[in-house]
Design a protein around this ligand. Sequence first.
Ligand code: ZN
Length: 394
Amino acid sequence: MATYFAGVTLFDGRTVRTDAGVLVSNGTIAWTGANARVPREARAAHEVDSEGKTLTPGLIDCHVHLCFDGTADFAKEAQDLTPARAAFKATRNALRHLEHGVTTVRDLGGVASVICEFARAVDEGVAPGPRIVAAGRALTITGGHGHNIGIAREVDGPDAVRQAVREEIRGGATAVKIIATGGVLTPGIAAEFTAFTPEEMEAAVDEAHKRGRGVAAHAIGSPGITAAVLAGVDSIEHGSMITAEAARIMKANGTFHVPTISAIRGIVDHAEEVPAYAVEKAVALAERARDAFRRAARTGVRHACGTDGGTPFNPHGNAPMEIVRMVEWGLTPLKALRAATSEAAELLRLPKVGVVEPGRAADLALFDGNPVDQVDAILKPALVMKAGELVGGG
Ligand SMILES: [Zn+2]
């Protein structure tokens, strides 16, 4: 069944054009162009009245944890997170992404290989959900950030790190996550200290890149950010203390910044409910994170949208809110939308999504109004399509 979007404002992942037509056929984009030049094949298609609406690529969230729900106490939720329970939660959380127009996510740390298996189930049509790039378990140093919540494995020394990357890939991982510094959600450790050595990070990057996987580095303190970038990681997650020097090196290396503003806001805006150790660290970082984001943007570092969905008061399906927050922090709506579409697809090494052009998958979201003019319009999709099938909205 073919679908034709007639007379729509099209944000194709890069630029905007008005009065466009988009033909979807067999799950892919078959044609785009001026609505006035509608192709013959579109006549037999189901026509979606799109006047006054805006069509975008399905949104991409580059940082989620599908095993977690966004409850107040992350560490407590982790305590009884068996693989089966994690799978049930992931199944429900996946639907929340689709409902909000998010058709691709990257999971950066889950229980065992549950999310890798789930990604495969979605691919095979066994379970509904967005496309999932999954890191399996994150890699952290012994006693490092995340070691207490079952979604990271403790590993020390370049050889052991290399072996861990191989094992996660054997388990189905299509991305690699390293925890380069301390973090907010682990009690008893500072957020900014540098964790892995340069040699350990280089081993992870070398092994991952040889296998065609990108590497995401959780990094908050600036020495850890710089070390991770120099080791060759593809993205800095959080990046709360990106200095002018770090921004320059990121720009030179083409490293993405995934700011996860929603993670900070979830904790800071619910200070009464979230455990005090996390609130204290998040409050201390909030302002610096905004400065770091602006510094990175000014320097020309590319941003990719990532929510850290699953952390306290940061529910799944939050990518549209993250787009709004990136605009609040200083990006133009156009740049924030690119960060959640074409730029994100590039970071995730997914050439089939993120842009509306012939040959790409028909992952699409339709909005009333125009989020490029009024970014809030992104919060409520009227229609969501994945591979040409209706999966949400309305
Ligand atoms: Zn995370």
